[in-house]
Design a protein around this ligand. Structure first.
Ligand code: ADP
Ligand code: MG
Length: 214
Protein backbone atom coordinates (compact mmCIF):
# COMPACT_ATOMS: atom_id res chain seq x y z
CA UNK A 1 0.00 0.00 0.00
CA UNK A 2 1.24 3.51 -0.81
CA UNK A 3 1.50 5.56 2.36
CA UNK A 4 3.06 8.71 0.95
CA UNK A 5 3.00 10.05 -2.56
CA UNK A 6 4.36 13.48 -3.48
CA UNK A 7 4.12 14.87 -6.99
CA UNK A 8 5.69 17.87 -8.66
CA UNK A 9 6.49 19.74 -5.44
CA UNK A 10 8.09 23.15 -5.56
CA UNK A 11 8.87 25.61 -2.83
CA UNK A 12 10.63 28.94 -2.41
CA UNK A 13 11.27 31.42 0.36
CA UNK A 14 13.42 34.36 -0.73
CA UNK A 15 14.76 32.27 -3.60
CA UNK A 16 13.66 28.94 -5.16
CA UNK A 17 14.53 26.00 -2.91
CA UNK A 18 13.47 23.06 -5.10
CA UNK A 19 11.11 22.07 -7.88
CA UNK A 20 9.86 18.89 -9.61
CA UNK A 21 10.17 16.91 -6.39
CA UNK A 22 8.47 13.53 -6.47
CA UNK A 23 8.66 10.54 -4.18
CA UNK A 24 6.56 7.71 -2.86
CA UNK A 25 6.77 5.32 0.05
CA UNK A 26 4.96 2.10 0.85
CA UNK A 27 4.14 0.08 3.94
CA UNK A 28 7.14 -1.01 6.06
CA UNK A 29 9.55 1.08 3.96
CA UNK A 30 12.05 3.72 5.01
CA UNK A 31 13.42 6.60 2.99
CA UNK A 32 16.30 8.97 3.80
CA UNK A 33 16.83 12.49 2.48
CA UNK A 34 20.40 13.77 2.57
CA UNK A 35 21.92 17.04 1.37
CA UNK A 36 24.07 19.91 2.60
CA UNK A 37 22.85 22.33 5.22
CA UNK A 38 20.50 24.91 3.72
CA UNK A 39 19.49 22.72 0.76
CA UNK A 40 15.90 22.59 1.99
CA UNK A 41 15.66 19.17 3.67
CA UNK A 42 13.73 20.40 6.71
CA UNK A 43 11.43 22.49 4.53
CA UNK A 44 10.66 19.45 2.38
CA UNK A 45 9.96 17.39 5.50
CA UNK A 46 7.57 20.07 6.77
CA UNK A 47 5.73 19.98 3.44
CA UNK A 48 5.49 16.18 3.43
CA UNK A 49 4.30 16.07 7.04
CA UNK A 50 1.29 18.48 6.82
CA UNK A 51 3.02 21.49 8.39
CA UNK A 52 3.72 23.67 5.34
CA UNK A 53 1.75 24.03 2.14
CA UNK A 54 4.05 23.91 -0.91
CA UNK A 55 4.02 26.63 -3.59
CA UNK A 56 2.89 23.93 -6.02
CA UNK A 57 2.43 20.18 -6.23
CA UNK A 58 0.52 17.65 -4.16
CA UNK A 59 1.15 15.46 -1.14
CA UNK A 60 -1.01 12.40 -0.54
CA UNK A 61 -0.84 10.59 2.80
CA UNK A 62 -2.82 7.35 3.13
CA UNK A 63 -4.50 8.22 -0.18
CA UNK A 64 -5.70 11.67 0.98
CA UNK A 65 -4.54 14.92 -0.58
CA UNK A 66 -3.51 16.62 2.66
CA UNK A 67 -3.64 20.25 1.56
CA UNK A 68 -7.25 19.95 0.39
CA UNK A 69 -8.46 17.97 3.42
CA UNK A 70 -10.89 19.53 5.88
CA UNK A 71 -9.09 20.93 8.89
CA UNK A 72 -10.66 18.47 11.34
CA UNK A 73 -9.59 15.52 9.21
CA UNK A 74 -6.07 16.92 8.99
CA UNK A 75 -5.93 17.36 12.77
CA UNK A 76 -7.15 13.78 13.27
CA UNK A 77 -4.51 12.50 10.84
CA UNK A 78 -1.79 14.40 12.70
CA UNK A 79 -2.98 13.12 16.05
CA UNK A 80 -3.41 9.45 15.17
CA UNK A 81 -1.40 8.59 12.09
CA UNK A 82 1.66 10.83 11.87
CA UNK A 83 4.68 10.84 14.18
CA UNK A 84 6.85 13.95 14.04
CA UNK A 85 10.34 13.84 15.50
CA UNK A 86 12.06 17.14 14.98
CA UNK A 87 15.29 18.67 16.22
CA UNK A 88 13.48 20.83 18.76
CA UNK A 89 11.51 18.25 20.73
CA UNK A 90 8.27 19.71 21.92
CA UNK A 91 8.05 18.06 25.33
CA UNK A 92 5.84 19.71 27.95
CA UNK A 93 8.48 21.19 30.21
CA UNK A 94 6.49 21.50 33.43
CA UNK A 95 5.66 17.80 33.40
CA UNK A 96 7.62 14.67 34.22
CA UNK A 97 8.82 12.37 31.47
CA UNK A 98 6.06 9.87 32.32
CA UNK A 99 3.38 12.58 32.26
CA UNK A 100 4.53 13.56 28.76
CA UNK A 101 4.05 9.96 27.65
CA UNK A 102 0.65 9.81 29.38
CA UNK A 103 -0.54 12.85 27.40
CA UNK A 104 0.37 11.05 24.15
CA UNK A 105 -1.28 7.88 25.42
CA UNK A 106 -4.54 9.62 26.32
CA UNK A 107 -4.76 11.61 23.07
CA UNK A 108 -4.16 8.57 20.90
CA UNK A 109 -5.95 5.92 23.04
CA UNK A 110 -2.81 3.77 22.90
CA UNK A 111 -1.04 2.23 25.90
CA UNK A 112 2.49 3.19 26.96
CA UNK A 113 4.93 0.45 25.90
CA UNK A 114 7.10 -0.23 28.97
CA UNK A 115 9.35 -2.56 26.98
CA UNK A 116 10.13 0.29 24.55
CA UNK A 117 11.11 2.54 27.47
CA UNK A 118 13.59 -0.07 28.67
CA UNK A 119 15.11 -0.41 25.20
CA UNK A 120 15.47 3.36 24.97
CA UNK A 121 17.23 3.38 28.33
CA UNK A 122 14.79 5.86 29.89
CA UNK A 123 12.68 3.60 32.13
CA UNK A 124 14.55 4.80 35.23
CA UNK A 125 14.15 8.55 34.61
CA UNK A 126 10.40 8.70 34.01
CA UNK A 127 9.48 10.40 37.27
CA UNK A 128 11.89 13.29 36.67
CA UNK A 129 10.84 16.61 35.14
CA UNK A 130 11.94 16.78 31.53
CA UNK A 131 13.98 19.91 32.29
CA UNK A 132 16.11 17.82 34.67
CA UNK A 133 17.09 15.37 31.92
CA UNK A 134 20.04 15.56 29.53
CA UNK A 135 19.52 16.53 25.88
CA UNK A 136 19.96 12.91 24.83
CA UNK A 137 17.43 11.69 27.42
CA UNK A 138 14.92 14.32 26.31
CA UNK A 139 15.45 13.20 22.71
CA UNK A 140 14.68 9.60 23.68
CA UNK A 141 11.57 10.65 25.68
CA UNK A 142 10.33 12.50 22.60
CA UNK A 143 10.93 9.39 20.47
CA UNK A 144 9.05 7.27 23.03
CA UNK A 145 6.22 9.79 23.07
CA UNK A 146 5.88 9.67 19.28
CA UNK A 147 5.99 5.86 19.11
CA UNK A 148 3.46 5.61 21.97
CA UNK A 149 0.74 6.90 19.67
CA UNK A 150 1.49 4.11 17.14
CA UNK A 151 1.87 6.32 14.05
CA UNK A 152 1.42 4.83 10.58
CA UNK A 153 4.07 7.21 9.23
CA UNK A 154 7.09 8.71 11.01
CA UNK A 155 8.90 11.87 9.95
CA UNK A 156 12.24 12.33 11.66
CA UNK A 157 14.62 15.27 11.21
CA UNK A 158 18.08 14.39 12.57
CA UNK A 159 16.46 12.25 15.31
CA UNK A 160 19.80 11.01 16.61
CA UNK A 161 21.55 14.40 16.59
CA UNK A 162 21.88 14.55 20.40
CA UNK A 163 22.87 10.91 20.88
CA UNK A 164 26.20 9.10 21.10
CA UNK A 165 26.80 6.66 18.26
CA UNK A 166 25.89 3.53 20.23
CA UNK A 167 22.57 5.01 21.40
CA UNK A 168 21.95 6.36 17.88
CA UNK A 169 22.33 2.86 16.44
CA UNK A 170 19.92 1.43 19.03
CA UNK A 171 17.37 4.19 18.30
CA UNK A 172 17.55 3.51 14.57
CA UNK A 173 17.08 -0.22 15.21
CA UNK A 174 14.00 0.61 17.27
CA UNK A 175 12.60 2.66 14.37
CA UNK A 176 13.24 -0.09 11.81
CA UNK A 177 11.71 -2.75 14.08
CA UNK A 178 8.74 -0.47 14.70
CA UNK A 179 7.92 0.17 11.04
CA UNK A 180 8.15 -3.53 10.19
CA UNK A 181 6.07 -4.65 13.18
CA UNK A 182 3.36 -2.00 12.83
CA UNK A 183 3.30 -1.78 9.02
CA UNK A 184 4.31 1.82 9.32
CA UNK A 185 6.86 3.79 7.26
CA UNK A 186 9.55 6.41 7.91
CA UNK A 187 11.01 9.45 6.20
CA UNK A 188 14.37 10.32 7.74
CA UNK A 189 16.32 13.53 7.19
CA UNK A 190 19.97 13.23 8.14
CA UNK A 191 23.41 14.49 7.22
CA UNK A 192 24.83 11.14 8.39
CA UNK A 193 25.26 9.06 5.24
CA UNK A 194 25.93 5.87 7.19
CA UNK A 195 22.51 6.15 8.83
CA UNK A 196 20.89 7.16 5.54
CA UNK A 197 22.10 4.12 3.64
CA UNK A 198 20.44 1.79 6.13
CA UNK A 199 17.09 2.98 4.74
CA UNK A 200 15.42 1.25 1.79
CA UNK A 201 15.73 4.38 -0.38
CA UNK A 202 18.10 7.33 -0.30
CA UNK A 203 17.47 10.67 -1.99
CA UNK A 204 19.82 13.65 -2.19
CA UNK A 205 18.58 17.23 -2.36
CA UNK A 206 21.05 19.25 -4.45
CA UNK A 207 20.91 21.92 -7.13
CA UNK A 208 17.21 22.40 -6.32
CA UNK A 209 16.42 18.81 -7.35
CA UNK A 210 15.66 15.68 -5.37
CA UNK A 211 17.69 12.88 -6.92
CA UNK A 212 17.28 9.22 -6.02
CA UNK A 213 20.63 7.72 -4.99
CA UNK A 214 19.53 4.16 -4.18
N1 ADP B 1 10.21 29.97 7.34
C1 ADP B 1 11.22 30.37 6.57
N2 ADP B 1 11.24 31.62 6.04
C2 ADP B 1 12.23 32.04 5.21
N3 ADP B 1 13.29 31.27 4.87
C3 ADP B 1 13.33 30.02 5.37
C4 ADP B 1 12.30 29.50 6.23
N4 ADP B 1 12.61 28.21 6.55
C5 ADP B 1 13.78 27.94 5.94
N5 ADP B 1 14.21 29.02 5.22
C6 ADP B 1 15.42 29.06 4.38
O1 ADP B 1 15.37 28.02 3.44
C7 ADP B 1 16.64 27.42 3.26
C8 ADP B 1 16.56 25.93 3.51
O2 ADP B 1 16.34 25.70 4.91
P1 ADP B 1 16.10 24.24 5.51
O3 ADP B 1 14.93 23.64 4.84
O4 ADP B 1 16.05 24.37 6.98
O5 ADP B 1 17.43 23.48 5.02
P2 ADP B 1 18.18 22.20 5.63
O6 ADP B 1 17.24 21.50 6.55
O7 ADP B 1 18.57 21.40 4.43
O8 ADP B 1 19.38 22.72 6.33
C9 ADP B 1 17.60 28.16 4.20
O9 ADP B 1 18.28 29.13 3.45
C10 ADP B 1 16.66 28.80 5.21
O10 ADP B 1 17.20 29.99 5.72
MG1 MG C 1 17.35 21.01 8.57
Amino acid sequence: MTILKATNLAHAFDYPLFSDVALSLGTSESLAIIGVSGSGKSTLLHILSTLLQPKSGTVELFGENIYTLHNNDLIAMRRHDIGLIYQAHYLLKGLSARENLEVASILSHEAIDEELLKRLGIAHVLEQKVTELSGGQQQRISIARVLTKKPRLIFADEPTGNLDSETADEVMTIFYDYIKKHESAMVLVTHDETLAFECDYVYRLENQQLVQVT
